[in-house]
Ligand binder design. Structure first.
Ligand code: TYM
Length: 337
């Protein structure tokens, strides 16, 4: 009989820059939903992943604390969920080493995120950037997590995690690691750039007008939405009408996700309207939903000692879950202790 695993959610975000609306709608908002459901929830600032590309140490420290503030301001309760930074739980890297020996070069060679991030500069990329997905598998499996909420761009990595778990179980003749489910749901699993509907909204885009940052004030949010690229047509009344209209689709998806509704519902209300009318509606909604979060983030950033305490406590709780899984893994592999 297959092992029953406790329903447990794990997900992570890199503290490699400010949080974007993409991170919020594609990930954090979903994390909050899953915290409210019947799951144990573990959320991580993956600082070890961040340094696979160069991070200034002062920025990394600030971004880790700001990300923690972003989680809490968005509704993650550090008592209910476990909230911590990856480097403080050494079991992640210990299990990642085992997974480096399980994952195959060919599997990692297929990872599109590595190809995108390394670009033409492959030979000069860090070894860590290449091995990144094995560490991500360890993040997830060191907690025996059964569900991983992520944006669409992380799907391939979660599939690799499943492959690693299956190969480990097969090679050692055990049923030890769960085959984790990716949870990629909602209207905004892939928020696109406000300047180019074919590109993902990203903290690394050189144009700040391409994204909404979770720290943007009301004026900045309104201005970015006003200037967002669109087409000249009115909005359609059905989702089908957004098919070849990437920019229009993106704005409608964002509206639906912020409003906790669906694209169909939104189009029932706004179908036939011009963007000159829809954009101010979207800007008002975005400001109403995001301003309380950015305000709370700013307040929390003034309480650094409190944030550091939350992270330290989170790491302690995370280790209580991770340590026995690592110990058992070592036993399975044949490490003498
Ligand atoms: P990262 O830090 O790039 O992004 C964090 C989360 O935000 C989602 N996301 C988006 N969703 C919708 N639209 C967008 N434009 C957008 N941009 C980002 C991402 O899909 C992700 O869910 N490898 C991961 C971090 C990680 C992780 C893990 C995730 C490390 N270990 C274990 C889950 C489980 C990453 O780079 O995410």
């Amino acid at each position: 009989m297959a092992t029953e695993f406790t329903p447990r959610v794990f997900s992570g975000i890199q503290p490699s820059g400010g949080l974007t609306l993409g991170n919020y709608l594609g990930a954090i908002k979903r994390f909050v939903d899953m915290q409210a459901a019947e799951f144990e929830t573990i959320y991580c600032m993956v600082d070890l992943h961040a340094i696979t590309v160069w991070q200034d140490p002062g920025d990394l420290r600030k971004n880790t604390r700001e990300l923690c503030a972003g989680f809490i301001a968005s509704g993650i309760d550090p008592e209910q969920s476990i909230l911590f930074n990856q480097s403080q739980v050494p079991e992640h890297t210990q299990l990642a080493w085992i997974f480096n020996t399980v994952a195959r070069m060919g599997w990692l060679n297929r990872m599109t995120q590595f190809k995108d991030k390394a670009g033409k500069n492959r030979e000069n990329s860090s070894v860590g950037l290449f091995a990144y997905p094995a560490l991500m598998a360890a993040d997830i499996l060191v907690y025996h997590a059964t569900h991983v909420p992520v944006g669409d761009d992380q799907k391939q990595h979660v599939e690799l995690t499943r492959d690693i778990a299956a190969k480990f179980n097969h090679d050692y003749g055990v049923d030890f690691f769960p085959i984790t489910e990716p949870v990629i749901e909602g209207a905004a699993t892939r928020v696109m750039s406000l300047r180019d509907g074919s590109k993902k909204m990203s903290k690394s885009d050189p144009s700040d007008m391409s994204r909404i940052n979770m720290t943007d004030d009301a004026d900045a949010i309104a201005q970015k939405i006003r200037k967002a690229r669109t087409d000249p047509d009115a909005l359609p009344s059905e989702a089908d009408g957004l098919k070849d209209r990437a920019e229009a689709r993106n704005l409608v998806n964002i509206y639906a996700a912020l409003d906790d509704s669906t694209v169909d519902q939104v189009l029932t209300d706004v179908g036939g309207k011009q963007f000159s009318e829809f954009k101010p509606m979207l800007a008002d909604l975005a400001v109403a939903k995001l301003s309380p979060i950015s305000g709370e983030m700013a307040r929390l950033m003034g309480e650094q000692a409190e944030i550091d305490k939350i992270l330290a406590r989170g790491a302690e709780r995370a280790r209580e879950v991770a340590a026995p899984v690592l110990k058992k893994t070592y036993e399975i592999v044949g490490m003498v202790s």
